[in-house]
Structures are given as structure tokens and as C-alpha cells.
Design a protein around this ligand. Structure first.
Ligand code: ADE
Length: 246
């Protein structure tokens, strides 16, 4: 998979993409992340990327020309205009695990990181094919949103994570939050690991984990639990346990 990121501060990505899972995915040739500085597509002496908004008001607005030219240059390089062009903006559709699963199916993606008070509306209307927000808050830079999205997508690429099942047990992958995890020591400061996890009984462990994931989701995210299909037995079990456990 290749992801082209068009932004004003490409240096911001250096550390985030040089560690851990993304680093490994790059080394294994599973992901190619190409950064482009929008400022390189200006033609004036001052390399101007922003201007005052027409009609007045606070802040600056990202100009359309360098953004269009940067996207077109990438399309030309790749010899295609079929790549999704995703504008990162708090006005976009909300990013979640489902959207990550949708995006990982593409072999190419282009991300445009906005800045300043906003971006010229013509970029939205006539260039971007999608707009994504990573949450209902405003960041000073779309670069941070791009890092979040790239990270969530890359861990879904087959072969990126060590074990084939580790992404499928992540929170949200089956609509539930993840079950509680424990490792050594068996007792820490008097707090013991639940005995079922030491039992070696795999079906008991799987049942316990499923129940814990359901319980945790029901308590913390009632909005999510409504969307999960539960068996009658599970529903009964939840109503019995919801009131009296942490
Ligand atoms: N740029 C600024 N805020 C953002 C957000 N919440 N999501 C995506 N891009 C952004």
C-alpha cells in the first residue's frame, strides 16, 4: 500500500513513522509513505500558501493553487487519477475502526493536511473525494490527524502485526472493547490474576474474555453495545452482572 501525504510540515512525521509497527511495515515493504510539502508547489518568492479570507474574519486560509498542483503532481507521478483524496478536517465524517477497515482496502491513498483557520472551499468541492475528522475537537495541524489515520490503517495490513490474530482482538474490531489483559507476576501487590486465565482451559478462557468484553462495553460505551449482536444467553448474563461488578 502507498500513502501520499500532502502537508505543510512534513518534518512532523519523522519520529512517528520511524518507530515500532510503522517502521517495521516500511522495512518489510508493506507500506510506502511519501511526504510532499505543499509549499513546494507555490510560485512566488515568499512561497505563499495562505491568504486572508474573502469577506473578512480571523485567521488565514490555505490557498487552493498549491494544493491542487501538489495533488496533480502526485497523480501524474503515479499515472492515475483514481486514488481517494482525503481531506483531514474537523468537518469530515468521523474516523473509526470501520473507516480504517474501509481505507485499508485501497492500494493507494492521498491525505491532505489542512492548517490555519481553514482551507479554500474549492479544495473541498472540486478536489477532495472524502473528508475525515478524527474527533470532535480542533487540532492546530492536520498532520496529527494524518498520523492517527495512517497508524490505524497500517496495523490492519496483513503481515504487519506479529501474530495474525492480534489486530482481530483489538478493541473495536468486533464492535466490543477489548477484554482485560494480564501478564506476570501472578500476584502483584496482593492483586491476583483471575484464576480462569491460569486454568489452561481454552474454552473457559474464551468465554470469560467474551463476557468481560461485553460487560466492559455495556458499562463504558452503551452506545456501542446497542450495535453488537448478542445471544439471548449473553443478554441475560449482562443484565445479571451489569449492576454488581466493576
Ligand atoms: N484538523 C484539525 N482538526 C482536525 C480533526 N479533528 N480531524 C481531522 N483533521 C483535523
Amino acid at each position: 500500500m502507498r500513502i501520499d501525504i500532502l502537508c505543510l510540515f512534513p518534518e512532523m512525521f519523522a519520529s512517528a513513522f520511524a518507530q515500532s509497527i510503522i517502521k517495521r511495515a516500511k522495512e518489510r515493504g508493506l507500506i510506502d509513505i511519501v511526504l510532499h510539502n505543499i509549499r513546494d508547489y507555490t510560485h512566488d518568492k515568499h512561497r505563499t500558501v495562505d491568504e486572508y479570507p474573502y469577506g473578512g474574519g480571523p485567521g488565514m486560509v490555505l490557498k487552493p493553487e498549491p494544493v491542487f498542483e501538489a495533488v496533480e503532481a502526485v497523480e501524474q507521478q503515479l499515472n492515475t487519477s483514481e486514488i481517494p483524496i482525503i481531506l483531514l478536517t474537523p468537518q469530515g465524517r468521523l474516523f473509526n475502526q470501520q473507516v480504517a477497515r474501509e481505507l485499508v482496502l485501497y492500494s493507494h491513498l492521498m491525505l491532505i493536511c489542512g492548517h490555519y483557520e481553514g482551507i479554500d472551499e474549492r479544495v473541498r468541492r472540486h478536489l477532495a473525494t472524502d473528508e475525515i475528522s478524527i474527533g470532535d475537537y480542533v487540532l492546530s495541524s492536520g498532520e496529527l490527524a494524518a498520523m492517527v489515520i495512517v497508524d490505524a490503517i497500517v496495523r490492519l495490513i496483513p503481515g504487519v502485526l506479529g501474530s495474525a490474530t492480534s489486530a482481530s482482538s483489538d478493541s473495536h474490531s468486533n464492535g466490543l472493547l477489548e477484554y482485560p489483559q494480564y501478564t506476570r507476576p501472578r500476584v502483584y501487590r496482593g492483586w491476583s490474576v483471575p484464576s480462569v486465565l491460569l486454568s489452561g482451559n481454552h474454552s473457559e478462557i474464551a468465554l470469560w474474555r467474551r463476557q468481560q468484553a461485553i460487560l466492559r462495553t455495556a458499562k463504558r460505551r452503551p452506545d456501542l453495545i446497542k450495535k453488537v449482536t448478542l445471544s439471548d444467553k449473553e443478554k441475560e448474563w449482562i443484565s445479571e452482572n451489569l449492576l454488581n461488578r466493576k
